[in-house]
Design a protein around this ligand. Structure first.
Ligand SMILES: *Cc1c(COP(=O)(O)O)cnc(C)c1O
Length: 350
């Protein structure tokens, strides 16, 4: 089965061999306080910085998932209040989780709307502005330019970015925000169970100033431990090992970005030529490069999903209000050209 599900998704072909290597190298039985683990952690973080072009003064943390990052950010980085700017289910979930822990305000916008920053209004009381760079539920994205203009308009607040389904798939301008996070079962092409969180010096400083120390994953503890390339709990060593091996093989992000955009454009052209299928998002400027949402009549969507399985193709379900009349196609780097061709050929029949 080829998984075009937008996470967990297709994993790299080399994974089984790397799992065997991990076993043979003995890293899977090593303590997370051992020199072997520290070396692995350091190498992996340096590779992340190099391949994804993460600034050297930003700190990289390992977490268990993007969901855990929602919690870390809320508990450790908000003094009074956060503001959440979103147009889909993941942005909404982030807001909902944060509201349980801290004061949070939501600023939703519509699917086919270019986010209007004047809509943010007076948010001078904000510690943190939260945006979803790639909204996996409906296949939209906020470009680097939008994030840059938020920074310009609100130079004092921290900006946190959910890049769960785009990090390692497209070029992100890390300098324009303070906290970025992702989990590896999306664009990294790895098995689930590991998250990556990237923090600017300003974010680390704010965590220290707030000084929240109530949790095993309080950012203050995480920062202390990461000075020694370690984590505050036993981490997913296998996941970190696989991440290292996959990063060693991978192109620089500029090259991957080009590949992703080219494939995205091929999908847009393909959909424009079919009669029954349409890109869910009308406004071109906000379309995601890494998740393609396809809309059609509900009976056709059902038919396609059923037939696809028989052909060994797994499509992503529609999400929330788009459950019945859309399906989603992952455009993640681990997918092969011939697999995309196969899916296009299959979809041509409808
Ligand atoms: C998948 C996803 C999440 C949740 O990731 P987990 O690894 O399940 O915690 C959060 N935000 C976005 C945008 C996602 O695509």
């Amino acid at each position: 089965m080829i998984s075009f599900y937008p996470g967990p998704s297709r994993i790299h072909d080399e994974i089984p061999a790397y799992v065997t290597d991990a076993y043979n190298e003995g890293i899977l039985s090593a303590s997370h306080r051992s020199d072997a683990f520290v070396a692995l952690s350091k190498q992996t973080i340096e590779l992340l910085q190099e391949k994804l072009r993460i600034p050297n003064d930003y700190t990289v943390f390992f977490t268990s998932s993007a969901t855990e990052c929602w919690e870390i950010i809320a508990q450790s980085l908000i003094k009074d209040k956060s503001h959440h700017f979103y147009n889909g289910a993941f942005g909404q979930k982030w807001f909902d989780y944060t509201k349980r822990l801290r004061n949070a305000e939501s600023l939703p916008f519509n699917l086919n709307e270019k986010p209007d920053l004047t809509q943010l209004g007076d948010i001078s009381d904000s510690d943190l502005i939260c945006v979803t760079q790639n909204e996996t539920s409906n296949g939209t994205q906020l470009g680097n330019r939008v994030i840059r203009s938020i920074r310009k308009q609100y130079p004092d607040a921290l900006i946190a970015v959910d890049a769960t389904s785009s990090m390692a798939g497209i070029r992100l301008d890390f300098k324009t925000a303070d906290i970025w996070y992702a989990s590896v079962q999306k664009c990294f092409g790895l098995p689930a169970g590991l998250g990556v969180m990237v923090c600017s010096p300003k974010a680390v400083h704010q965590a220290a100033e707030i000084g929240e120390k109530d949790h095993y994953n309080s950012l203050t503890f995480m920062t202390e431990m990461m000075k020694k390339w370690q984590t505050s709990y036993t981490p997913n060593v296998m996941g970190i090992y696989l991440l290292k091996r996959v990063l060693e093989d991978s192109d620089t992000i500029s090259k991957t970005h080009e590949k992703t955009v080219k494939r995205y454009e091929a999908w847009v052209d393909f959909l424009a030529e079919t009669k029954t299928l349409k890109h869910l998002v009308k406004l071109k400027e906000v379309r995601s490069y890494t998740v393609i949402p396809v809309s059609a009549q509900p009976d056709i969507v059902q038919q396609i999903k059923n037939d696809a399985r028989k052909e060994g193709l797994l499509l992503g379900e529609g999400y929330g209000q788009w459950k019945n009349d859309t399906f989603r196609i992952a455009n993640f780097p681990a997918l092969k050209k011939k697999e995309i061709k196969k899916l296009m050929k299959f979809l041509q029949k409808y």
